[in-house]
Write a protein that binds this ligand. Sequence first.
Ligand code: ZN
Length: 427
Amino acid sequence: MLSSLSVTLVFAAAVLLTTALKLWLLARQQRHVAAHRGNVPAAFATAVPLAAHQKAADYTLAKGGLASFSIVFNAALLIGWTLLGGLDALNAWTQSVVGPETWAGYAQPLLLIGAFALIGMLLDLPLELYSTFVVEQRFGFNRTSWQLYVVDAIKGLAVGLVIGGPLVWAVLALMKSAGSLWWLWAWGLWLGFQLLIMLLYPLLIAPLFNKFEPLQDESLVQRVQALFQRAGFSAKGLFVMDGSRRSAHGNAYFTGLGAAKRVVFFDTLLKRLDGAEVEAVLAHELGHFKLRHVPKRLIAFALISLAGFALLGWLAQQPAFYVGLGVRPSLVAGNEALALLLFLMVVPVLAYPLAPLLSASSRRHEFEADAYAVEQADGRALASALLKLHEENASTLTPDPVYARWTYSHPPALERLGAIHAKLSPA
Ligand SMILES: [Zn+2]
């Protein structure tokens, strides 16, 4: 039997440990970037001006300061919701609103989850506004207006409600009535839902926020089509997105499944790259498809979430799980919503040791996609495009090695360019 005291102690210790670890890693990064602010690293001395290097350092430090505040704030919030009784109070309030005769239905759990999500959003808002309108603004990246910000927020809420509402309702229904293996059904539902979103996101959701247009430039179109043909890829898969509406950051990404799969270039990036560089970056993104990185990630995600759902299935049955996390479970009605919310709060803390494994696997995929691009396109153009991407986004060229190992989803520039050059001129 799980005792509530041991749940409290393990949870409190895990929150303290992960928070301390995150702050320590970030402090290392901040010190390392500040210490290397004065000089462009030797490997980049001819390609990167000192002013750009220093802008990247200052930007990284500014974002890091905000991130360390956010780490402490989120840890306090987590303790506030759980051990200090925040969720318990919210639960009592929703019970008093809907009245005891309907506790067994869906009104109270849906109200509880909705109110929790809304409060979480409002608490996040000041930091988000500060990040967009102060930090991004100061470094010349922000292009979002207040009007656009508000419209985005309303659209985001509406999409969340339309998509999240039915999903939450369906999971609650399974928890209430699918028997002791409900978590297995819920996992299947969750997985199907993820696949559906992967299909629908590029077609229905992303266009609510941005315009996606086929490539215009005729000579570029020909280059791209030749590459698509060499790689055996359907030629309708490249789109240009008006990323410049919100931010000067540039990027390219791949998304979708099956017929919906596509590569997206931000207009901001397209402006900065020449034809050979666009082709090389596109070849990198095609590499992700060719090397089946999407299904590989999906399988890893499916296995990890299966373990998560099994854990939730067990925890939801343990009174100590609720009491130990500061919530009084109801004895007359279901506690499905409480179990879900507590679990969503606990999981990131428990799963934090997985973070370096996931980022290491993501970095391996980046190396593989780079190698593919060097075979299919001009490796030197890929290297210069990567440097431009770093400069454009003021990404630091001198991250702390430990911080990068733990958190970076992409390899640091020095390692990435080293691997590309090694492929170009094998010893
Ligand atoms: Zn990539």
